[in-house]
Design a protein around this ligand. Structure first.
Ligand SMILES: C[S@@+](CC[C@H](N)C(=O)[O-])C[C@H]1O[C@@H](n2cnc3c(N)ncnc32)[C@H](O)[C@@H]1O
Length: 283
């Protein structure tokens, strides 16, 4: 007999059951993890290696794809089997593939039909259940997701396409919209944050009360400066009434290569981590 964390000599009472030799607390409304698994996943650094598998070559045409196993690990922290996960910025479907790996349901929204098509191909090749994948702008398509219907949101924001000429552009000539953004036109950081906020305001409506949301975001070194985008995005999303920031998990992406851009004259970091911001919908 073991306790929640695998230590011997504790009585199992009516709130606990034995799950393949480990202890599961029947009061757990968040996930299906045992006590020991729960403790493991409270870590704020993920250093586990994720293999380049599941049609990695096909998916890597995207460039921002996330390992489906990492997505599955995150989904297992915040959902129970059979629950529904939403990714409003789905890319080639890392979240949806991850959901299929751990027997959850999922819905994706993605602007670019090319990525939707790759997601379909991967499902076929990997014999995985294909989930609804809506092609279009999340700003518009989120209205088709029922309010308070989603158990967990796992998403990954598009990169800020940095505007190097911000200081010379007058606000009168500043034009930003998502189609421009996706043609890789430049935008200011403020425009990027505003566009992200517009989407997360709509995402908040779809999430169940007390549901969690995890958002991947990488910091950037650009224009001779380090941009702490995770901090800025965390602040922006926290301004939305429903969302409270709960954690910042650092994922060490060991697939990233080091670079020597500054050597031997200046220090320029090799950014080999991403942030996973955790929010909870609390009203
Ligand atoms: C960082 S990628 C997501 C990658 C994804 N996690 C994966 O594993 O493939 C962000 C995606 O958001 C999409 N996107 C950007 N703006 C969008 C919008 N307004 N509505 C829907 N998708 C959008 C981009 O086309 C891009 O594929």
């Amino acid at each position: 007999m073991t306790d929640l964390f695998g230590n011997p000599n504790i009585k199992i009472n009516k709130t606990h059951s034995n799950k393949k030799g480990a202890i599961y607390d029947n009061r757990n409304k968040i996930n299906d993890l045992t006590g020991a698994e729960w403790l493991y996943w409270t870590k704020t650094v993920i250093s586990k290696s994720y293999p380049s598998n599941m049609q990695h070559k096909l998916r890597s045409q995207h460039g921002g794809q996330k390992p489906p196993q990492l997505c599955a690990d995150l989904i297992k922290i915040f959902t129970k089997k059979g629950q529904l996960v939403l990714d409003p910025l789905a890319g080639v479907g890392g979240t949806l593939l991850g959901a299929a790996l751990c027997d959850r349901k999922a819905i994706g929204i993605e602007l670019n039909p090319k990525w939707a098509n790759i997601y379909k191909q991967v499902c076929n090749l990997e014999h995985l259940e294909e989930y609804p994948f809506i092609v279009g702008d999340a700003n518009d398509k989120l209205k088709y997701i029922l309010p308070n219907s989603i158990d967990f949101v796992l998403t990954d924001v598009p990169y800020w396409i940095m505007d190097q000429v911000t200081k010379t552009r007058s606000s009168a000539t500043r034009v930003s919209n998502l189609s421009k953004f996706n043609e890789k036109n430049l935008q200011t950081k403020e425009e990027w944050l505003r566009e992200m906020k517009d989407i997360f305001v709509k995402v908040a409506k779809t999430l169940k009360k007390n549901g969690y949301m995890a958002v991947f975001i990488g910091d950037m070194y650009r224009g001779k400066e380090y941009h702490f985008l995770a901090g800025e995005l965390a602040k922006t999303i926290s301004e939305i009434n429903e969302f409270t920031l709960k954690s910042d998990i650092i994922w060490h992406d060991d697939s990233k290569t080091l670079h020597i851009y500054g050597y031997p004259f200046a220090y320029i970091p090799s950014v080999i981590h991403q942030h996973i911001l955790i929010f909870r919908k609390e009203e």
